[in-house]
Design a binder for this molecule. Structure first.
Ligand code: DGL
Length: 265
């Protein structure tokens, strides 16, 4: 079935998920929507995040997608259950795949979660981890400054080390052996976070886990694309295209030739 897989995010960060999906499923057609006009979601209220997420879902449905991936951790935390209730096609978020992997990885049953304020305040990761294994202790920390740091491209700067040390020291003191990178942007800071947390802590990149989940869902539904021709990948944003294109390179590793601006969400 050659209908595209739809992926949405509050902005550019969901490209970390796109990258992993392309790596694992190179023949799938994709439609990406980044709600750049209304980013960030991580500091907004639950009602607003649900409203925006529903609108993004409707936009992707208009593109005839066969499944939807909510790449945004904040939307996944707060809006996924509600969105699922409204639509019939498979819709997955990033919380469950990341939580599952963390539960599998931890040996000392102490797991850390980092994300936006809205994600951490929602308790979504903690709830999912406890549902899978009630014996696991979860320690959470919001790291709101990581998002602008990544978008500024300050991945290896000394200031980033300072910020990471400040946010992560509490988690370090708890003796966690596994840390979920619960935000689209954080995989880009993997090296820095690993350096601060130490080698012994296993970092869970939810983007990788989500790609695995997408493959599982498509094969369960019998809708994996059998076509081997060049896949189509369309990128839509709700605000200025040039800014998105500039930053996209650091997320995807390559330039995006065409990005379309839409105003109907
Ligand atoms: N995409 C968001 C997330 O993964 C981060 C950016 C935002 O706050 O909208 O939570």
């Amino acid at each position: 079935m050659d209908n595209p897989v739809g992926i949405f995010d509050s902005g550019i960060g969901g490209l970390t998920v796109v990258k992993e999906v392309i790596k694992l499923l190179p023949h799938e057609n994709l439609v990406y929507f980044g709600d750049t006009a209304r980013v960030p979601y991580g500091i907004k209220s639950k009602e607003t995040i649900i409203k925006f997420s529903l609108e993004n879902t409707l936009f992707l449905l208009q593109q005839d997608v066969k499944m939807i991936v909510i790449a945004c951790n904040t939307s996944s935390s707060l809006a996924l259950p509600i969105i699922r209730r409204h639509f019939k096609i498979p819709i997955i978020g990033v919380i469950m795949p990341g939580a599952k992997e963390a539960v599998y990885a931890t040996k000392n049953k102490k797991v850390g979660v980092i994300g936006t304020r809205a994600t951490i305040n929602s308790g979504a990761y903690e709830e999912e981890i406890k549902r899978l294994d009630a014996g696991i202790k979860v320690f959470s920390q919001a790291c709101p400054m990581f998002v602008p740091i990544v978008e500024e491209g300050w991945i290896n700067d000394a200031i980033t080390t300072k910020v990471a040390e400040k946010y992560l020291s509490v988690l370090k003191s708890k003796g966690i052996d596994t840390l979920i990178l619960g935000c689209t942007h954080y995989p880009l800071l993997k090296n820095k976070i690993q350096q601060v947390m130490g080698k012994a802590v296993k970092l869970i990149d939810s983007a990788e886990q989500v790609a695995i989940e997408v493959k599982q869902v498509l094969s369960q539904e019998g809708v994996l694309n059998k076509e081997r021709s060049r896949p189509s990948r369309e990128y839509f944003v709700s605000d200025e295209v040039a800014i998105f294109k500039n930053v996209a390179k650091s997320f995807l590793g390559n330039e995006l030739k065409e990005v379309k601006r839409v105003s109907n969400v």
